[in-house]
Design a protein around this ligand. Structure first.
Ligand SMILES: *[C@@H]1O[C@H](CO)[C@@H](O)[C@H](O)[C@H]1NC(C)=O
Ligand SMILES: *[C@@H]1O[C@H](CO)[C@@H](O)[C@H](O)[C@H]1NC(C)=O
Ligand SMILES: *[C@@H]1O[C@H](CO)[C@@H](O)[C@H](O)[C@H]1NC(C)=O
Length: 595
């Protein structure tokens, strides 16, 4: 009843002169009520690969992030904000669905732990309900600007079954994939090199099969002799292979920009990507200021190859990586200014986070190209150690959330889901497990503890560690069952492989598990034992029972990152042109037309 009244009143809140009056009246009851009725705009800012140690308000005194720091000063800063996975694809899947990634089949069963191609068939399943979809149904304008990395197609080139527009976003501008070094012609390509070596054969095989099939169809129509056919197939195959290998094909297949369903740049022109992403974000705010909107600005910063505009190169004290972080902070400032300018500051909830920890192994010689995780052990790709999963998490909503607050309770990126769904007046799906918890009571200070008792830390589908927040004592126990083998030993990272694995020879199993109390030892430096910790056995048993219970909530689902789904498939490759000749620069054309 209250809900329907609220939705009935909503149009007035937005447009009429009654607004100040109603606001005035609402200021009397507790703030919680205000937050339920206003359907705030929601702006989610997500950095890519940014470490918790890279941000000023998290203790970095040499990198300059004044705009992110301003958000924290005017809002709530979370010190124990945890990603559900240590890599982009699974972490973002969990973020958008409010569920551990293995519930949607979005975490790795093998060594392919993220989506590798725009032309793969895996991705966020169409039957998952993102918060964007619920907000869309609640009357929000929903936009995603920037990185997606959750798949594109299922069965044909333009079915876009995994595409943002099929997952609750009205508008999309950005990369369906992720930045990789291959996108920057001046950089050493990372994927191209690896794939030329490893997947060369399988890619060629697919090419061959496709061509033979195509030619088979052709011969049905014009009945060419068998020998001619073989000859043709051979020629086409050779053409395909030589065309392929001479172009840095990864760049053409993966480094593309799209606007809604249309490919606008293939390959993308990296020099202008940053300014386009900023322009699109600001214009989305301006276009939608009259009704509630959800803007998910999913930065390409600070992922390698660290595309940085001239103006910021050489400005920081931490090389290109620092320059890139400082540029992203400047972009955050531009977005905040746009919100202020439109008078939306008090009606907009802003959130800033990173998808997972910084990438320690990413170095060239002494040059740091990846993020820094401060006092926390480990980094990107490590499911258990804090450095891989503890990220910045900041909320700002003036007048509703108390300014300058710091909260040390365990929270998860999955919590955004129920939080924004409730703010929009929507209901959570009842037919599935949602792992996130509404953060508003904690953020507003009406409760002292987060609802999370246990958090499960996965590496792919392998459970590496579990955190137990023992609320009465304040202890944050963390038991590690599996840890990666560092190389060189004690290095805190896997420099021999580029990133740490989840299973196999590269990991150590612990029985009994390694136990830490993060409230006393946040760096996970000294494991406790039954001799040093009287509660050791009790804690391990308690966590063991929680794991059993958690396992009972899991059901098998199709594996989105299976070998088959990961593979590049020519018939799924988004293509601007006639496959396999895919090339366009629509932004360039537009620019010329405008002159
Ligand atoms: C600040 O960030 C830079 C860049 O990641 C890092 O090299 C440096 O160690 C950090 N400083 C502190 C005090 O954390
Ligand atoms: C926004 O909220 C702040 C803090 O409650 C208040 O001081 C300010 O006057 C409000 N601004 C507007 C435009 O309502
Ligand atoms: C989505 O479909 C798959 C395959 O049919 C099924 O296993 C899964 O449970 C479904 N997910 C939801 C959330 O309904």
């Amino acid at each position: 009843m209250a809900r329907s009244l609220v939705s009935f009143l909503l149009p007035c809140f937005r447009t009429s002169l009654v607004t100040p009056l109603i606001f005035g009246l609402l200021l009397q009851p507790p703030l919680t009520q205000l937050s339920i009725v206003t359907q705030p705009n929601i702006v989610l800012l997500m950095a890519d690969d940014l470490g918790i140690g890279d941000v000023g308000c998290y203790g970095n005194d040499t990198i300059r992030t004044p705009n992110i720091d301003r958000l924290a000063k005017e809002g709530v800063r979370l010190t124990q904000h945890i990603a559900a996975a240590p890599l982009c694809t699974p972490s973002r899947a969990a973020f958008l669905t409010g569920r551990y990634p293995l519930r949607s089949g979005m975490d790795a069963i093998n060594n392919y732990r993220v989506i590798f191609w725009n032309g793969g068939s895996g991705g966020l399943p169409p039957n998952e309900t993102t918060f964007a979809k619920i907000l869309q149904q609640q009357g929000y304008s929903t936009g995603l600007i920037g990185k997606w990395h959750l798949g594109v197609n299922c069965e044909s080139r333009n079915d876009h079954c995994h595409h943002p527009l099929n997952h609750g976003f009205d508008y999309f501008y950005g990369m369906p994939f992720t930045l990789i070094s291959d996108c920057q012609p001046t950089e050493t390509p990372e994927m191209d090199r690896a794939f030329r070596r490893k997947l060369w054969l399988s890619t060629q095989m697919i090419g061959l099969v496709t061509l033979t099939a195509a030619l088979g169809r052709l011969t049905g129509l014009i009945s060419v002799g068998c020998k001619t056919l073989a000859c043709l197939a051979g020629f086409s195959f050779l053409f395909f292979v030589s065309w392929y290998s001479s172009y840095g094909f990864v760049r053409y297949w993966n480094c593309i920009m799209m606007r809604n369903h249309e490919v606008t740049e293939q390959p993308m022109v990296t020099d202008r990507t940053t300014s386009f992403i900023l322009r699109e974000s600001i214009s989305f705010i301006e276009r939608n200021k009259q009704k509630p909107f959800l803007l998910f600005l999913s930065f390409l910063h600070s992922h390698t190859p660290l595309i940085t505009t001239e103006k910021f190169v050489g400005r920081s004290r931490h090389g290109l990586y620092g320059d890139n972080v400082e540029e992203m902070d400047w972009m955050v400032g531009q977005v905040l200014d746009a919100i202020d300018k439109e008078g939306l500051k008090n009606t907009t909830l802003i959130y800033f986070a990173s998808d997972h920890g910084g990438w320690l192994e990413r170095q060239e010689g002494k040059r740091q190209l990846g993020g820094w995780n401060g006092i926390y052990r480990g980094g990107k790709a490590m499911g258990g150690w804090e450095g891989g999963i503890r990220v910045p998490g900041i909320f700002r909503w003036p007048g509703v959330l108390p300014a300058g607050t710091v909260i040390d309770e365990p929270t998860s990126l999955m919590d955004i889901y129920p939080t924004v769904v409730h703010l929009a007046g929507g209901a959570l799906p009842q037919d599935r497990v949602i792992d996130g918890r509404d953060l508003m009571p904690l953020l507003q200070g009406t409760v002292d503890h987060s609802e999370h008792k246990f958090l499960f830390h996965y590496c792919g589908i392998h459970l590496h560690a579990v955190r137990w927040h023992q609320k009465d004592s304040g202890a944050i126990w963390k038991a590690h069952y599996v840890t990666p083998v560092f190389h060189p030993p004690g290095a805190g990272a896997c420099y021999d492989r580029g990133f740490c694995p989840c299973f196999g020879e590269g990991v150590t199993h612990h029985d009994p598990p390694l136990l830490f109390d993060l409230s006393r030892d946040p760096s996970e430096a000294k494991p406790l034992s039954a001799d040093t910790e009287p509660l050791f056995d009790i804690v391990i048993r308690k966590i063991g029972r929680a794991i059993e219970e958690h396992h009972r909530t899991l059901t098998p689902v199709p594996e989105q990152l299976s070998m088959y789904n990961i593979m590049w498939k020519p018939w799924l490759q988004p293509c601007c042109g006639t496959f396999p000749i895919c090339w366009c620069d629509k932004e360039g054309e537009n620019k010329l037309a405008n002159l």
